[in-house]
Design a protein around this ligand. Structure first.
Ligand code: C2E
Ligand code: MG
Ligand code: MG
Ligand code: MG
Length: 283
């Protein structure tokens, strides 16, 4: 899937493979200019408590509102932004925008921000997170950082130290897309996560007697033992929701509830819906 994504990323900018190198450079210039012109915007998708049916948080998902191409999805520019290192600047902006937005929401629920492995390799990450919290005034317990297993491929002591420094700020850490990496279980042993998000590929295949259902069941049981919350992502059907409920998963997220929405739509969305009051602080 990662390979496919980077191919489509190049396709966005490149007429032919021969020009890939120049195009990557050109894309970086375009992305930098886009950032200066505020073309990157965050959309937000709600995450619901499975038991309560109330909103616990929103996940921030970046889009590039490109002047000619319209709304470009992250799969088409994040891989390039990672290759060029631009993701560090972009990620810093995402953190600041998401925290500022959440601090202004009419209800004190959580906000989840995705971090790339490349951001983790950058020494300024902890500073950028602290900066976003301090300038927004957001309670740190409302911020949830989502990391994928690609972050953990490198077994460096510095990585573990970075995660501990982030935790010390009071933010929560989520393992995103769980189950797709090579060493999922080993990572759970090494690092204390507040919650894990089970990858959409499992959700898609869920049927009662399926082996995928059995895998998810095992993950949920294990998370409970390790005192971590579990999120089922990509919930599109009542059947999948029912599965999350019956297996005791804590949270659900997916098109069944809502697609990612613009920042301007959130107040209205929250107005008609219940929230879990201490959701962000209950870790
Ligand atoms: P992710 O963090 O796993 O985010 C979930 C993706 O699944 C989102 O796609 C979301 O729109 C989509 N999704 C949610 N519910 C459903 C559903 O029920 N059905 C289906 N078919 N899809 C669903 P999106 O917004 O295109 O983001 C794709 C990926 O791009 C994200 O996966 C994340 O890895 C990355 N990404 C997005 N924003 C950022 C960011 O600010 N920074 C970094 N580093 N990566 C980001
Ligand atoms: Mg995510
Ligand atoms: Mg995910
Ligand atoms: Mg995913």
């Amino acid at each position: 899937e990662a390979k496919q994504e980077s191919v489509s990323a190049y396709r966005l900018f490149t007429p032919s493979l021969r020009q890939t190198r120049e195009s990557a450079a050109a894309a970086e210039v375009q992305m930098k200019r886009g950032l200066d012109r505020d073309e990157f915007e965050l959309h937000y998708q709600p995450i619901y408590g499975t038991k309560s049916g109330a909103i616990r948080s929103f996940e921030a998902l970046v889009r590039w509102n490109h002047p000619e191409r319209g709304l470009v999805p992250p799969s088409e520019f994040i891989p390039l932004a990672e290759t060029s290192g631009f993701i560090v600047q972009l990620g810093r902006r995402v953190l600041r925008d998401a925290c500022r937005a959440a601090a202004d929401w009419p209800k004190p629920i959580g906000v989840a921000v995705n971090l790339s492995a490349v951001q983790f390799k950058d020494l300024r990450l902890v500073h950028h997170v602290r900066e976003a919290i301090e300038e927004s005034g957001l309670a740190p317990g409302r911020l949830d950082l989502e990391i994928t297993e690609s972050v953990l491929l490198e077994h460096s002591p510095r990585l573990l130290k970075t995660i501990e420094e982030l935790r010390a700020l009071g933010v929560r850490i989520t393992m995103d897309d769980f189950g797709t990496g090579f060493s999922s279980l080993n990572n759970l042993r090494r690092i204390r996560f507040d919650r894990i998000k089970i990858d959409r590929c499992f959700t898609r295949e869920l049927t009662a007697e399926d082996s995928d259902a059995e895998i998810v069941r095992t993950i949920v049981r294990l998370s409970r033992t390790l005192k971590m919350e579990t999120v089922l992502e990509g919930v599109e059907t009542e059947h999948q929701l029912e599965f999350a409920r019956s297996e005791g998963m804590t949270e659900v997220q997916g098109f069944l509830y809502a697609k990612p929405m613009r920042a301007s739509e959130i107040a209205g969305y929250l107005d008609q819906r219940r929230i879990e009051p201490d959701a962000a602080l209950s870790a």
